[in-house]
Design a protein around this ligand. Structure first.
Ligand SMILES: [Zn+2]
Length: 360
């Protein structure tokens, strides 16, 4: 298969895609309007298997028809089934009416604590099981790095990579954040997300990111040769110190309000935060939690932090609000805090009996 005119510089918005009957060649031209967004073309040309490109039956067919034929193949590629399916009644099946009611019945909650997290800082707080907490953009767009632990045992903490598999790489309403082994249970369930309709943007970006992790002073020093003490890893470290925890307890985060994706080279990208003042992400605490949040020193990520145009994004850093609510008991009817995983951690190992126990 030969990809004609498919250099990086030749790919522009509004390109046409057509196959040549018999020749097995894809031609891409830039002028005619295309019905699909730019990433469609990028992804298609590079990622589609060869068999996805079929010869056009009628080379004189209108452009739109040829494009639609190509589009259909692309849709097929994107519809490859997820590895983990939330089948009815399975452990991944969420009781949506229960959580929807919590989000909708605002009169049945009472604000019990309100916290402001200043710019470039960290804050930790506790939430009892059965309560709800919100992260709010109180002044405008700002990304945040969230960590979660079992309030009574910090060895149980959020497991970002497993959550990516069991839920999605970007989370929203009804997704859960799962805990590490050997515990493996939902720590929180997302009950509301004011950015839920953001969907997928023209670059394939989505919000509330589990792909990346926190910014940290070690990578910063490695890449810039400079020390900076207010990266999210450090902010989280300072935040949890009063709870007897250290930087070894800081773990991979949920990047709240952060818009990210993977580009055609499978590399991670971050875009400017799409949140507006008053946006929020809301969580239901499934167990007693210790939470910590960092207001990222990158602010809303609208200014380049690397490369020739890099500058200090202090001007786009904003505080965030935390709101903790107690729910009316009626809202919790039928709910119970989830138990840890049933597997008992034997791992196929058998205990070797000592001689004295075998009667020798
Ligand atoms: Zn950060």
């Amino acid at each position: 298969m030969e990809y004609a005119n498919c250099t990086r510089s030749g790919r522009t918005r509004g390109a046409d895609v057509a196959t040549q009957p018999g020749a097995g060649t894809i031609h891409i031209t830039a002028n005619p309007p295309l019905l699909t967004p730019e990433p469609f073309l990028y992804c298609s040309v590079h990622a589609l298997p060869e068999r996805a490109f079929r010869p056009v039956d009628d080379p004189d067919a209108p452009q739109s028809r040829r494009i639609l034929q190509f589009e259909k193949e692309y849709e097929t590629m994107l519809n490859y089934p997820a590895a983990y399916q939330s089948t009815k009644g399975s452990a991944l099946d969420v009781n949506k009416p229960f959580y929807r009611r919590i989000a909708e019945e605002q009169g049945q909650r009472k604000l019990v604590e309100s916290i402001v997290v200043p710019i470039r800082s960290g804050q930790a707080w506790t939430v009892p099981a059965g309560h709800v907490f919100r992260i709010v953009t109180i002044e405008g767009p700002q990304v945040a790095d969230l960590n979660l632990w079992n309030r009574h045992d910090p060895r149980e903490r959020m497991w970002a990579s497993r959550t990516r598999q069991l839920q999605q790489a970007h989370v929203s309403t009804f997704d859960r954040l799962w805990s590490t082994l050997p515990f493996l249970r939902p720590l929180v369930t997302i009950t509301d997300d004011s950015l839920a309709n953001y969907g997928v943007d023209e670059h394939g970006g989505r919000v509330h990111d589990l792909l990346g992790t926190r910014c940290d002073p070690y990578v910063n020093r490695m890449l810039t040769g400079e020390d900076f003490h207010f990266h999210c890893h450090s902010n989280l470290t300072r935040a949890i110190a009063p709870y007897g925890l250290t930087e070894y307890d800081v773990h991979d985060v949920l990047n709240v309000f952060q818009c990210t994706g993977l580009n055609l080279e499978d590399k991670y990208f971050m875009k400017a935060c799409p949140a507006k003042k008053g946006d929020y992400l809301e969580f239901f605490a499934e167990i007693d939690l210790l939470c910590a949040l960092s207001t990222c020193p990158g602010g809303d990520l609208s200014l380049p932090m690397w490369g020739p145009d890099a500058r200090d994004p202090l001007e786009v850093c904003r505080p965030l609000g935390i709101e903790i609510y107690r729910l009316a008991p009626a809202l919790l009817a039928g709910w119970s805090s989830p138990a840890v995983a049933e597997y008992r951690g034997l791992h196929g190992m058998t205990l070797q009996q000592p001689d004295w126990k075998r009667g020798r």
